[in-house]
Design a protein around this ligand. Structure first.
Ligand code: PEP
Ligand code: MG
Length: 921
């Protein structure tokens, strides 16, 4: 039922509940949490009634200088009246008070990034309406603290310290053990603390409380941590958050009450086991904030974590079974692993949230494959369940097993394995310190008692996260998993002292800056730095030290990859410069080499000397001799690559980089090089001065080199053809594609192609054998894209060099972009409205393809090129070729292939399949 008023037509508020009609189930309007509650209510699950204030209301509020949009206040009032009716309680009444929670809920889950207020509606009068006075005052003191923190920014610590005094006085350990008198007194003290900090009395009017709370949740969308989270997760700024106002149920009512969070499957490993944590006599925040170490939800988890705490399965078996059947129902309904929140109020179960659960890359693959095998989802759904970038976690190193054994004496304790992979670094005891280490280029592990959302910048900066308290559903764990960071939580055997900046285990102690290692897969912590070894997938695929049968992770990864291959239409190649790279790429499923940067073959010291001699020697005969030597090396490398890529195409690019990259910088090195070239320092200095360029990236590089030094292109072409013949004679099938870089003018390609073709003829004549080959070009300059129809007359293929194409389209140097592009992306204050952040760019265009500008040039080049040559093969070999969103764009353009670094090949295979399923080109 939509609440509208006469003042506005726009619906900002949608009620939901068991007896209420279901609102439109759109997460873009209701946010994920709002949609989840409404949807659960609509399928008959026990959800406390409530209403959702839409994301549109939030955005209107943000646009109109933080004023509620017209009509919102009236709609809030009408919805509260409706809630009163269905609950048969009254908001602000002393006799039978209605209390609500006010929770944030963005379109996608942003765990812990925004704010929640519980028990709203309490004041000195309504608290007396509780027949259970303990519950009333316990809820009231919680409310004052949360409200003060979230609406007025008064630190919770202020209240927590005051609260501890009561616990000491009454000599109790747990909050709920306090007497009613103590709680009553605590409420008084809390209100005084509020007045001292806010310089006004605590608001008693429940509607004033509601309006302030809603505004605070809206504001939390723009908090520093939420903004950083959005930035990292590519969440648009203009989505806004919804606000869920919901009838309170009380997990802190008595010992027959509890609150918990759970995942329908294990979010760290993906195992099909109901997995969660709960606390008796507590309210929601306590479980996720990691203040008390929660209890395992069932016996399985109890055994897994070697916990001695009583599980829900043991303490409330009936409720546990009810929860289990709801969990099954939710998985059937959503066809995905869910992350749920529940509360048990005096033995009655309520569902407070369901959303698709964040999981590690390992868990994502396992859940997708097992749900497919269980018949719960189909193949397309399985593919879409894994974010392509998450596959990198399966390829990331783990601790070296031997090193781990040898470091036994440094092993100190085992916590919960909450995030994937292994990490070593310096211990950092605060978020700021972690950021500082990162800025100094040092790896660190963020060590906290419990991580809360304000630690987010430190979590981003650190290699891994360790907490001594909190469960695997704590914010630290959820956020770490989302970022794919190694994380160990709840490591209670360790004592963290953030003031002294020490971490202690019995008599062992480490200080800030000391080495520490954590294994997010096993939960182990070591007070030392540990070397890593390849992941299981790499051990099977690349190193061949493990058999597929011995690795479930590998087998599931392999199944997913094969599935992806069945659905994708884009081919996936690799950027590989050496035979070793090519072998790795092929093992990861590359279908050819999309870019072999031949200049990278010259980087080893012996060859570098020959390259220098070739470019800088003042004697023609020395230059010629150097070229001959280089040809031998190049041929060797090409032989290796062709062998590795037997049957697959190999795109080899002629020399591209600016010459100054090969010139020594220091005078000392110059002298050494002069000696090795057997010329005087003066002569070499003159050569260096001649070669100096103001803007080398736009200078003497790319095909311009091959035009100035035709003998270079000829040497490279000869090395390619001779190598191809050698490998062909071994019975292998060789498909060289020779690529001319940085072409902007038709004549440049004509010239280089002529050199390549005449060299081919010469080599074929000498050997009496032929090899099929093609000649093409990179499209890296706007002029090449604009004149692609003309260029295509001489090019059999195009490869979009989007690194340079981005550089030249934006006019932003790829080497200097870091000075300002991050600020463009992060946003700057809008000069017209200081409350507004202006994002000049949504993403760094060197990371995510700029589809609006660079993408348009690609589209144009493709259309023009294929007009001239309908069978023109087109691919991409810039860094964007391994980036999932850019890959989706390449698919929609109708490119033939993407090419990326070998380790990103699995990512590209999956991203291409997801694009094929989701987008029709
Ligand atoms: C490109 O410009 O996108 C490209 C692949 O070439 P390089 O990065 O070597 O300039
Ligand atoms: Mg380039």
């Amino acid at each position: 039922m939509a609440i509208t008023t006469t003042t506005t037509k726009q619906t900002f508020v949608y009620p939901f509940g068991p007896e209420l009609p279901c609102p439109p189930l759109k997460s873009e309007l209701l946010g994920g949490k709002g949609k989840g509650c409404a949807e659960m209510a609509s399928i008959g699950l026990p959800v406390p009634p409530g209403f959702v204030i839409t994301t549109e209301a939030c955005n209107e509020y943000r646009r109109s200088n933080r004023q509620f949009p017209q009509g919102l206040q009236e709609q809030l009032k009408a919805s509260m009246l409706l809630l009163e009716k269905v609950n048969k309680r009254t908001f602000g009444s002393r006799d039978n008070p209605l209390l609500v929670s006010v929770r944030s809920g963005a379109r996608v889950s942003m765990p812990g990034m925004m704010d929640t207020i519980l028990n709203l509606g309490l004041n000195d009068s309504t608290v007396l309406g509780f027949t259970n006075a303990h519950l009333g005052f316990d809820s009231y003191r919680r409310f004052i603290m949360m409200f003060s923190d979230i609406v007025y920014g008064i630190s919770r610590k202020v209240f927590e310290q005051a609260f501890e005094v009561f616990k000491i006085k009454e000599n109790v350990k747990e909050d709920h053990e306090l007497s009613v008198e103590a709680l009553k007194e605590a409420c008084k003290v809390f209100k005084t603390l509020f007045e001292q900090h806010a310089h006004k009395p605590f608001p008693e009017d429940p509607y004033e409380q509601l309006h302030l709370a809603v505004a605070a949740v809206f504001n939390s969308w723009d908090s520093e941590r939420a903004t950083l989270y959005r930035e990292l997760n590519h969440i648009p700024d203009d989505w806004g958050t919804a606000v869920i106002v919901q009838t309170m149920v009380f997990g802190n009512r008595n010992s027959n009450s509890a609150t918990g969070v759970a995942f329908t499957r294990d979010p760290a490993t993906g195992e099909n086991h109901f997995y969660g944590e709960f606390l008796v006599n507590a309210q929601g925040e306590e479980v996720v904030a990691g203040i008390r170490t929660p209890h395992p939800i069932n016996l399985y988890q109890k055994t897994q974590t070697k916990s001695t705490l009583e599980s829900l399965e043991e303490s409330m078996p009936e409720v546990y079974n009810q929860l289990l059947s709801i969990v099954k129902r939710l998985e059937m309904h959503y066809k995905n692993m869910q992350d749920i929140e529940f509360t048990i109020d005096d033995g009655k179960l309520y569902m407070l949230q369901t959303r698709s659960g964040k999981r590690t890359g390992f868990a994502a693959v396992r859940i997708a494959i097992e749900m497919l095998e269980e018949g719960l989802i189909d193949e397309k759904q399985a593919l879409k369940q894994v974010e392509p970038g998450q596959l990198m976690q399966l390829l990331a190193p783990i601790f070296d097993a031997k090193a781990k054994k040898e470091a036994k004496e440094f092993f100190v304790a085992k916590g919960l394995n909450a995030g994937p992979g292994a990490a070593s670094g310096k211990a950092a005891f605060s978020s700021d310190k972690a950021v500082e280490f990162k800025e100094m280029g040092l790896k660190c592990i963020l060590v906290r008692e419990e991580a809360n959302p304000s630690d987010f910048p430190g979590m981003v900066a650190a290699e891994g996260i360790l907490t001594t308290r909190g469960g695997s559903t704590s914010h630290a764990a959820v956020v770490a998993r989302g970022m794919g960071k190694p994380c160990v939580v709840g490591c209670g055997a360790l004592f963290c002292n953030p003031d002294a900046r020490t971490l202690t285990y019995n008599d062992k102690v480490i200080h800030e800056g000391d080495a520490i290692s954590i294994d997010g897969m096993t939960g182990e912590v070591f007070f030392t730095s540990l070397p890593t070894s390849p992941s299981e997938v790499v051990q099977v695929l690349i190193d061949k030290t493990k058999k597929p049968a011995d690795s479930l992770i590998f087998r599931q990864f392999d199944t997913l990859m094969k599935l992806a291959d069945r659905y994708r239409s884009l081919r996936v190649r690799a950027n590989a410069d050496t035979p070793v790279d090519s072998d790795v790429a092929r093992a990861f499923g590359a279908e050819g080499v999309g870019l072999c940067r031949t200049e990278h073959m010259f980087m080893n010291p012996h060859r570098l000397n020959d390259v220098r001699c070739m470019f800088f020697s003042t004697r023609a005969e020395d230059r010629k001799a150097a070229i001959d030597r280089l040809q031998v090396h190049q041929k060797e490398d090409f032989i290796g690559i062709f062998r590795s890529m037997n049957g697959l195409p190999v795109t080899i690019r002629l020399l591209d980089p600016p010459l100054h990259e090969f010139m020594p910088n220091s005078d000392e090195e110059l002298a050494r090089v002069a000696e090795s070239l057997n010329i005087s320092v003066d002569e070499l200095s003159k050569v260096r001065a001649n070669l100096h360029e103001q803007n080398p990236m736009l200078g003497h590089r790319g095909c311009r080199l091959g035009i100035s030094y035709p003998e270079l292109s000829q040497m490279q072409a000869r090395a390619i053809f001779e190598a191809a013949i050698v490998v062909q004679n071994e019975g292998k099938s060789v498909h060289p594609e020779i690529m001319v870089p940085l072409v902007g003018i038709e004549g440049e390609l004509v010239h280089q192609k002529a050199l390549i073709d005449t060299t081919a003829e010469a080599v074929f004549a000498e050997s009496g054998q032929k090899v099929p080959y093609t000649v093409g070009t990179m499209i890296e300059l706007p002029r090449a894209a604009l004149l692609a129809d003309v260029i295509a007359k001489y090019a059999q293929f195009f490869s979009f060099g989007t690194n340079d194409l981005t550089q030249t389209t934006f006019g932003i140097s790829r080497d200097d972009s870091a000075k300002f592009v991050p600020i463009y992306v992060k946003g700057i204050e809008n000069p017209l409205n200081s409350d507004e952040v202006l994002h000049i760019l949504a993403d760094d265009p060197f990371q995510v393809l700029d589809t609006e500008g660079v993408g348009q040039l690609m589209k144009l080049a493709l259309v023009l090129g294929r007009k001239t040559r309908p069978d023109l093969k087109c691919g991409i070999c810039g860094e964007h070729g391994g980036e999932p969103r850019s890959i989706a764009f390449c698919h929609s353009l109708g490119l033939d292939y993407v090419s990326c670094s070998p380790y990103r090949v699995p990512v590209a295979r999956l991203a291409s399949a997801i694009a094929a399923i989701s987008i029709s080109p």
